[in-house]
Design a protein around this ligand. Sequence first.
Ligand SMILES: [Zn+2]
Length: 420
Amino acid sequence: MAYDLADAIALARANKAQGIAKAKLPWREKKYRPLVFTARFGWKVRDGDRLLLSLGRLRDRIVLPVPEFTDRSGHLVTPERWGEMKLCWSTVARSWALHISYRAVDDSLPGAGSPEAPEPGAVSVHAVTVAVDEGVINPMTLAALGPYGAYEVLVINGRGARAAKQVRNKGMARLQSKMSCCRTGSRRHRRLAEAKRKLRAKTTRRLRDFNHQVTAKANRFIRELVAAHERTTADGTDVVVRLVVGDVRGIERNTEKRRRASRSTRQQLSQWERGTQERQLAYKTGLPIQYISEANSSQTCPFCLHRRKVRGRRYVCANKACALVLHRDAVGGVNIHTLAVNDGTFVPVPPGTDIRVKYLRAQPGWSSGQRERHGFHQHAQARAGASRWREARSSAWYRATCTADVGDAGVAAVPKGEPR
Ligand SMILES: [Zn+2]
C-alpha cells in the first residue's frame, strides 16, 4: 500500500514537471484497494486443488479452490502459466474478483505497415484491406474483398445494446423522479439509490458482454477472410492485413451547442460504445487501427458514384440506369474500403462485382453454468406456480433450497430436500 502511494506521488510529480495541468497529488481516501499476490511469494497451489493467497506472516491465508479458465483459443490455462494475481472489488459484478495474469500465446494477425513505405527486401506481399463502418444501430459493418474479387460484407446488428440502454435510461429516469420526492438520507431515498446502483451495474455487465460479442464476431470474420486469402495465394507470398476504420471520432461532441441532432439522438450518440469496441477489435486481432475520413461514404453509390440522402436502412440508388438496392451500412463499408484502397478518392467499383452481405446478431449469451442455474430456478418457479411466485419466494421451502450458495465454478444449486 505504501509502495502504491509512493508510486502515485512520483507519477504526479513527473506529470507536473512535464506541465500537465490536470496532474494532482493523490488526495482521495480509497475505500477499496486491490490486494496483490506475487507469483513466487504471494500465492501457491497446494495438493493441486487449493489456491493459497498469503496475507502476510501473522494473518490467516485465503484458501480458494483452484480456478479453471481458458485462453482465447479455448485451451485450459494451468497454474504454471500464471503470474501475478490481484484481488479486487468489482463494482460491476458487485463481488470480489480474482484477476490472474498469464502469458498468452501471440496469435495476432500480420499487420501491414504504412502503405507508402514497404519494408526493403520484403518478399512479395498480398495486402488485404478490411474496412469497418461504425454506426449507432449496427455497431460494426465490415467490408473486404474476398479471394475471388467479390465483396464480403458482414453487418453486425446491435439491437441488444439498444434495448439494454433503453431499459437503463427509462429506469434511471423513473428512479430519479421518485428520489426527487423524498428527503436525502431517508430510508426510501437510500433504497432508491441502491436500486439505481444495481440497475447501472446490471446494464454495464450486459453491455460489456455485448461489446465482446460484436468484436468476437468481427474478429472471426477477419480471420476467416485471411485464411481464405492464404489458401489462394501462391507459396512465398505473405498475406498482411490493413484494418481501416471510418473516422467518426468526435461526432458526439458539440451536438447540443449546434443543435445538430434531436435529444434522443444526442443521448444515443453520447452512449455509443465505439471506442471500447475499437480497442477490443484491435486487441483481439492484434492489428493497429488506421482512420480515414468517411465523408459521403454512406450517401454515394459505390457503382456509379451518384449521391443521395438515405432514409431508413435501405440504400436505393437514384440513378435509374444503376438502380442499386443494398443495405445502407453495407454501402458505407464498401465505400470506406474503396477510399482506403484508392488513397481517399472515390473510384467506381467495376460493374457486376458481387456484394455478399451477411447479417449477424450480437446477442447476450449464457455464461458458463448460467444455463443450469436458470433451469433450476425455472423448475422451482413452475413448482411454486407462476402466479404465486412472489409469495413462493418468501416461503420456507424457497429459503431452504434456493439460498444455497451458487458457486462460481458453475455448479447449479441442488435442492436440499424434496418439498412436503
Ligand atoms: Zn448507382
